[in-house]
Design a protein around this ligand. Structure first.
Ligand code: FMN
Length: 375
């Protein structure tokens, strides 16, 4: 109750100030300390205590990783980190769409840069070495004014890999001009080569570092097909689907809807989940060994379950934390355990990817798996 109350008041503040206050509260230890919930997932050599993670953008500068353990997430993704510090776009640049449980942001990779992040990561890794049971992803992207963005990806992977359980290549923020051009095959190949070169030059002892590619939901089906081909050819671990969208939906309330930037939260659910299901279908059909991390509009156990039913191995969230507060992971995991009991499944592996669209997934999440459901 107290956390609901606090979240309600923090949400009255300007969004970036509210975000800063949340980070300060976490740093000071003013957060719930929850009993650990295990719903284990394995991806290659990564073992997750549970499948739910904080998406990139919340802890851009790797300041509160340890605190996020206490909130019952199984992983967090820090960043997006750029080589040099970057202010980002002028403020205000984050807007709530209260009535739609959504956010529009045009931050533009505001972060303190790689050197500052390394200080925090070193400190964290002294206590929790790579391979500890809380998984840490590091999300990287180029500086806006860089004259060689490929080099930026190489530098970042060279210097950050040793701290990462997995690396995410962000090519999908709508707020860095032309970044989304990296979805195009030739560019993507070059980005992947740069990142692999960086890892090879890094101090990472074991060179097999899982790489995920975070993609936009605003691409075509053909483009998705090509990305999956490229990812498979390059031994990428998987895709994160998705980043924010530049779409605006007619049925949303008008407050702040005109603001430029990427839309996230509840209204992103259908689009990002449709793409996730499509990627799952393509990957299954081609028998590729690619894993899927879902992000976009997860706000409760049913929406998280729907992502799994559409093919997600891991589920991330960000926007709903603003609306629900620090108990969100606990609520989702407990709710998911109830859904699993209702549907008589002992592991989420049993139902992963059994449907191919978000509507069918939400129907199962709401009504349960019908006894004679055919997979
Ligand atoms: C304020 C804000 C900042 C974000 N910053 C980043 C970022 O730096 N890098 C990134 O890859 N994604 C970023 N994202 C996107 C989220 O990681 C996530 O992909 C997206 O918001 C969809 O998930 P959600 O609907 O649960 O928020 C940001 C999202 C928000 C709302």
């Amino acid at each position: 109750m107290i956390w609901k109350f606090i979240t309600f008041f923090v949400r009255k503040l300007e969004p970036e100030i509210a975000h800063q206050i949340s980070l300060i509260a976490l740093k000071l230890g003013l957060h719930p300390r929850l009993k650990r919930i295990e719903i284990p997932v394995k991806i290659n050599n990564l073992h997750f205590i549970n499948f739910l993670g904080v998406a990139a953008g919340f802890d851009k500068n790797a300041q509160v990783i340890e605190k996020i353990h206490h909130l019952n997430f199984g992983l967090t993704e820090v960043g997006t980190i750029t080589p040099l510090p970057q202010y980002g776009n002028p403020k205000p640049r984050v807007f709530r769409l209260e009535k739609d449980q959504a956010i529009i942001n045009r931050n533009g990779f505001n972060n303190l840069g790689m050197a500052q992040a390394i200080i925090k990561l070193k400190h964290y890794r002294k206590k929790f070495p790579v391979g500890s049971d809380f998984v840490l992803g590091i999300n990287i992207g180029p500086n806006k004014d860089s004259n060689d963005r490929f080099k930026d990806y190489e530098i970042l992977s060279k210097d950050l890999s040793e701290f990462a359980d997995y690396l995410t290549i962000n090519i999908s923020s709508p707020n860095t001009p032309n970044l989304r051009d990296f979805h195009e095959t030739e560019n993507l190949e070059k980005v992947l080569t740069s990142v692999k070169n960086g890892i090879a030059e890094s101090k990472k002892l074991e060179l097999h570092l899982p790489i995920f590619l975070k993609i936009s939901p605003d691409i075509t089906e053909n483009n998705l097909n090509l990305i999956i081909e490229t990812a498979n050819k390059n031994n990428i671990a998987g895709l994160i689907i998705s980043n924010t969208t530049v779409d605006r939906y007619k049925d949303l309330h008008p407050d702040n809807l005109h603001e430029e930037g990427g839309l996230s939260g509840k209204p992103l659910f259908t689009k990002s989940t449709t793409f996730l299901a499509l990627a799952n279908k393509i990957i299954k059909h081609k028998k590729y060994n690619l894993y899927l991390i879902a992000a976009g509009g997860v706000l409760d156990a049913k929406s998280a379950y729907a992502k799994i039913l559409c093919g997600a191995h891991i589920v991330q969230l960000y926007s709903s934390m603003t609306f629900v507060g620090p108990l969100i992971a606990d609520n989702i995991l407990k709710g998911l355990q109830q859904l699993m009991n209702r549907d008589k499944i002992s592991s989420i592996n049993d139902v992963r990817g059994i449907v191919d669209n978000p509507e069918a997934a939400m129907k199962i999440a709401n009504d349960g798996i019908i006894d004679n459901f055919q997979t």
